[in-house]
Ligand binder design. Structure first.
Ligand code: M6R
Length: 609
């Protein structure tokens, strides 16, 4: 997730406006920044790695000539957060520059094709390919207008993008296009703006036109034109008046970052399906060769590791050891060695316990692999290979989109490894891959159909003094995650354990009305899980069940239930089944009058680049 902004204004310079607007978009990404402006048919550009204020101190971003320009604030996905990878990116001639938010899936193929035609690439980004692609089209068809060339170029892109292009060929224009990344146009008396989010231009205008997927927009000093990319037809759309306060705008109208981030999950999951094959291959090759594999993390990331240990075992027959990072040194510090492989999982890539575990393993010559959202973080710097979680900055202290994104990436690694090892049938593999692709839609359906119901259930249980969260098999990890969410933001003491453990102690706490949340994904554990539900029910527990849609048998047993669409394979189930638990924690917290974004005594690690 990055932030883009640009403008054409009648009075004043573009650069100071772009600089100020990017600052308002910094919550979308902050590892590098750049601005390009146009004056008298010449492009001027400044960019560097680092936060906007630091880069500005070095480069004076406002000091760029011209009333037209584009800017970018980056959250790295392809290429480390270095100056060379900062946007805007140029074509070979420097006469065309581009900013981009999104992920181009087929960039490797396009890059090869363009390199074979003589284009020289300077960055490691997927974005640069778009600049050269437009250049190539214009070289072959010099009579094309810039908008037509962009239109032709974006038809060749697979993936997500919101782009903005300026070129000396038409120095009074900005051409933008959108697919699956947000893009909105702002209209004011002084000119026109584009941005990836409303807050960027809210102090300049409250009049906005939302651009939809598959549309291209040409901006000039006198107006804007939207066209459909597929059929080139002009689209007319009325502007909307935005009545959000700046604070609401940053949260896109949501009350809290946590609920915004819960709602972002269909999009962030889509991003995880755009990983570079190369990294999936590398990581699965290292895992394949390892003598022993430790999955090391803290908190929510640890729960993703716990779920992943079931995935690796069931799909690739690879035994792995999920370990709390804070315990790693004591538990394995003496035995970890050159034949050990550590897959460290951390949203921030900066969590001290995770880094300490990794350092210990590294000193004993183990191979370090990592999965993180913080490309350029300390964790990526000490890893032999790392892969991105691709979910953009997470601001709520409670990790929500982190959990589902990490699981999606880990599932893809497990599937890749399974293919290498030939452990499951092709039919099963095809089925899981097909369902993985559908998960963003499934998660969207859960949010759309179950949120109101979860809200009502939260009202009913808001005064409960304690909760159990129980599951079996891979759902044990989901139960642990549901419990952590509720405990950390609603401050309700909660206990999670594999449901099979009930009889070995915990059931003695249960008395009439004791709330027990059961994670009831339909898998091989179902029969025994039903027995556990009945045991709890017999002691008067109130059963809240997260079930597969239409599971009448458990519906009958439950006091309250939340439904997840049918047909999710067992190994993927923690992704959709976690959503109702995130919503439950959020709404109970609201019922209790607390702020879910900033739970007491907790702070989020921030990626240091
Ligand atoms: O950045 P990391 O993934 O390493 O963070 C790990 C934990 O600190 C984090 O997941 C924490 O448990 C969250 N508050 C959970 O919501």
């Amino acid at each position: 997730m990055c932030g883009i902004f640009g403008c054409i204004v009648k009075e004043g310079q573009a650069a100071p406006l772009i600089h100020a607007s990017l600052k308002r978009l910094e919550y979308r990404g902050y590892d590098s920044v750049g601005i390009a402006t146009m004056q008298d048919g010449k492009i001027s550009l400044k960019k560097d790695q680092g936060k906007i204020d630091d880069v500005n101190r070095l480069l004076d971003l406002d000091d760029l000539p011209g009333n037209l320009g584009i800017g970018h604030t980056r959250w790295a996905t392809h290429g480390a957060p270095l100056k060379v990878n900062a946007h805007p990116h140029m074509d070979c001639t420097g006469n065309l520059v581009i900013v981009h938010n999104g992920i181009i899936e087929n960039f490797s193929e396009l890059k090869l094709e363009l390199e074979n035609s003589g284009h020289v690439f300077v960055s490691k980004t997927d974005t640069e390919v778009i600049a050269h692609l437009i250049e190539e089209i214009l070289e072959k068809k010099p009579k094309l207008k810039l908008a037509e060339a962009v239109l032709e170029a974006v038809k060749r892109l697979d993936g997500s993008y919101a782009i903005a292009v300026i070129s000396t060929k038409e120095p009074d224009k900005i051409v933008c296009a959108r697919n699956e990344s947000p893009l909105v146009i702002g209209l004011s008396k002084n000119g026109f703006y584009f941005a990836s989010d409303i807050p960027a231009f809210l102090p300049l205008t409250d009049k906005a036109v939302f651009i939809e997927d598959g549309e291209l927009v040409s901006l000039s000093a006198t107006g804007y034109e939207i066209r459909n990319i597929e059929n080139s037809k002009v689209v007319t759309r009325k502007p909307k008046i935005i009545d959000w306060t700046p604070e609401m705008a940053v949260k896109q109208g949501y009350m809290h970052f946590m609920i915004k981030e819960i709602h972002e999950q269909p999009a962030t999951l889509r991003n995880t399906l755009r990983l570079q094959e190369h990294y999936l291959d590398l990581i699965s090759t290292f895992l394949d060769r390892a003598n022993e594999v430790f999955l090391v993390a803290c908190g929510t990331s640890y729960h993703a590791c716990l779920a992943a240990s079931y995935m690796f075992s069931k799909l690739a027959f690879l035994p792995t050891y999920p370990v709390y990072a804070s315990e790693f040194v004591e538990q394995h510090g003496k035995s970890v060695n050159i034949d050990s492989t550590i897959l460290a999982v951390s949203q921030s890539g900066e969590t001290a316990d995770t880094l300490a575990a990794v350092t210990c393993a590294q000193q004993r010559a183990a191979t370090i692999l990592s999965l993180t959202n913080g490309i350029g973080s300390t964790l990526t710097r000490v890893s032999r290979v790392y892969i991105g979680q691709q979910s953009g900055p997470e601001i709520g202290v409670a990790a929500t989109k982190t959990f589902t994104s990490q699981l999606s990436v880990l599932a893809q690694i497990a599937l890749r490894l399974s293919k290498k090892r030939g452990k499951i049938s092709q039919d099963e593999m095809d089925h899981i891959e097909e369902r993985l692709e559908k998960l963003p839609d499934i998660v969207e359906t859960i949010i759309q159909t179950q949120e109101e119901k979860v809200k009502q259930i939260s009202k009913k249980y808001k005064d409960a003094k304690i909760f159990y969260f129980l599951g079996r098999g891979i759902s044990t990890a989901t139960a642990y995650e549901g419990r952590l969410k509720l405990m950390e933001i609603a401050y309700i003491p909660s206990i999670a354990f594999p449901a099979g453990e009930s009889k070995h102690g915990p059931i003695s706490l249960v008395e009439p009305g004791f709330p027990v949340v059961f994670i009831c994904a339909k898998d091989g554990t179902r029969k025994t899980l039903i027995s556990n539900i009945m045991e709890m029910k017999a002691r008067g527990a109130s059963i809240i069940a997260v079930i597969e849609e239409g599971d009448d048998e458990i519906k009958e047993l439950a006091d309250d239930y939340i439904e997840v669409p049918k047909g999710v394979p067992e190994v993927l189930s923690p992704i959709p089944y976690a959503i109702p638990l995130q919503l439950f924690a959020y709404y109970i917290t609201l019922e209790k009058g607390q702020n879910p974004d900033t739970p007491r005594n907790l702070a989020k690690s921030v990626t240091v680049k």
